[in-house]
Design a protein around this ligand. Structure first.
Ligand code: NI
Ligand code: MN
Length: 227
């Protein structure tokens, strides 16, 4: 699968010829100033929760591209009220078949409120199964026992995108355990370096995953890689 990193937790993953964009926060991210938000492609936009660092560019990208926005019920409803035309509402435990494959909403332990104070429901993670591969995008979350359910209820994962920045989410050590819980050997790190509280030592992070026989990918902002 081709994975493109736009900084913080924002990734585009090409699956069955469709661009799946996750948690767009680019124009307000000082580390991503070289990224042209108006050129980011999207057929689908996934929003894990309502915090600004996961959705601040979503409405503009949805309006420009006509992408379908997929989110938990409360976050999706909020986007509908902002004039987002194509929204697919889901909730925890639910699965739906789209034209690129299936999406299952899984638990995340975090919080969720929209920028105007609207309640955002519970935050979610996404498991995508497709002919091109299967992956888990956890969103912001703590390490949770619920992750052990994923290998039981979903197809074998080829890739897991997990937070490693600590303070607001799991840190590196917990993310190693999470990768064991979800039984995935290839991990893409997210939610690190953007703010002072979440800076990580890249070499140390890679080594900690290596010592658990896992491979950690830390992409450069703007980089695309086949993983
Ligand atoms: Ni958050
Ligand atoms: Mn966040």
């Amino acid at each position: 699968m081709q994975v493109t990193y736009y900084g913080h937790s924002c990734f585009s993953i090409l699956v069955s010829g469709k661009s799946l964009l996750f948690d767009p926060f680019v124009s307000q991210n000082e580390l991503a100033i070289q990224v042209d938000v108006s050129a980011i492609p999207a057929d689908y936009i996934f929003i894990s929760h309502g915090h600004f660092d996961h959705m601040s560019d979503a409405l503009a990208i949805a309006k420009r591209t006509g992408a379908r926005l997929v989110a938990g019920f409360e976050v999706g409803e909020w986007f509908q009220k902002q004039g987002c035309e194509h929204v697919h509402l889901m909730n925890h435990g639910g699965k739906w078949k789209f034209d690129f494959g299936t999406v299952k909403l899984v638990n995340a332990v975090h919080s969720s409120v929209l920028p105007d104070g609207t309640y955002g429901g519970n935050p979610v993670g996404f498991v995508i199964e497709s002919a091109d591969g299967n992956f888990y995008y956890s969103g912001d979350t703590a390490l949770t026992m619920d992750m052990q359910l994923i290998p039981r209820i979903c197809a074998k994962l080829d890739l897991a995108l997990l937070p490693i920045g600590d303070n607001f989410t799991m840190g590196i050590e917990d993310a190693v355990i999470a990768s064991e819980f979800v039984e995935c050997d290839k991990i893409v790190g997210l939610h690190y370096d953007t703010f002072g509280y979440i800076r990580v030592d890249h070499e140390l992070a890679v080594r900690k995953f290596e010592s658990a026989a896992k491979e950690l990918f830390l992409l450069n902002i703007g980089e695309s890689r086949d993983i």
